[in-house]
Design a binder for this molecule. Structure first.
Ligand SMILES: C[S@@+](CC[C@H](N)C(=O)[O-])C[C@H]1O[C@@H](n2cnc3c(N)ncnc32)[C@H](O)[C@@H]1O
Length: 230
């Protein structure tokens, strides 16, 4: 596990203890744990941003939490996949969004999934097989150097991934390169994630990579933002 995973769990523990002390009526202890929570949460955020790296496979269970604004249904609504298209998912994790997306592209469309960890891709493949989905191609690789030719994808998406990539700008440039001029890009982030890319920062970085902002679902705490090549 990464250092910020440990500090994140410690922050969570401190937060729970602060709540317990509130209910027990111990104001001073509650304040103490609250301060510990704030310090640990700040340290976690700092470490996650300073040392970006992929979520370890052993934490894959955390991807099973209900997604709310980042649900597969909301992603489909924002990305608008159409039968026959070729779409790219970067960093599928265990494939929460992968199977619904591949089903929306069937029968003629295909979904390419790329992840830097083979264990994640194996989980995606198992999940797709269990659902009887056959239009997914899994590829081991790094978002900073995509193994695809120029202009081949109708759309691409990445949820909770950008902040884990050391050179985010390289990844955005690569996405711009592999998308068709008419392509769509959807990026999702949740504030709860320590390496969350805040929307203001995302808008600047996507503009630098020649993307134009189209629209956004959600707000400060959780968003799905759609862009097009500028
Ligand atoms: C927090 S998980 C999100 C998984 C999934 N998108 C979801 O929302 O359930 C981040 C995923 O991005 C992958 N990842 C991180 N850095 C990457 C990189 N440079 N290139 C490709 N995938 C990467 C990780 O291996 C992991 O599967």
């Amino acid at each position: 596990m990464r250092i910020h995973d440990w500090t994140g769990f410690a922050a969570l523990g401190a937060g729970v203890l602060a709540l317990v002390e509130v209910f027990r009526g111990h104001g001073a202890w509650a304040l103490g744990w609250l301060l510990a929570y704030a310090a640990l949460a700040g340290l976690t955020r700092w470490l996650a941003v300073r040392y970006p790296s992929p979520m370890p496979h052993m934490l894959r269970w955390s991807l099973l939490v209900p997604r709310g604004n980042q649900s597969p249904g909301h992603l489909l609504g924002v990305l608008e996949p159409r039968d026959g298209e070729r779409i790219l998912e970067i960093g599928p994790g265990i494939g929460i969004h992968t199977v619904p997306m591949a089903q929306a592209l069937a029968p003629a469309g295909t979904l390419d999934v790329l992840d830097v960890q083979q264990d994640m891709l194996d989980d995606v493949t198992r999940r797709a097989e269990a659902a009887g989905v056959t239009n997914i191609t899994a590829q081991l690789g790094d978002a900073q150097e995509l193994p695809y030719p120029d202009g081949v994808f109708d759309a691409a998406y990445l949820l909770g991934v950008l902040g884990e990539i050391p050179d985010e700008q390289a990844a955005l440039r690569e996405l711009r390169r592999v998308l068709k001029p008419t392509g769509r890009l959807v990026i999702g982030e949740v504030l709860f994630d320590p390496d969350c890319v805040l929307f203001g920062s995302l808008k600047k970085r996507t503009a630098q990579a020649s993307f134009a902002f189209e629209r956004r679902l959600g707000g400060f705490f959780s968003y799905l933002a759609r862009f097009k090549p500028a």
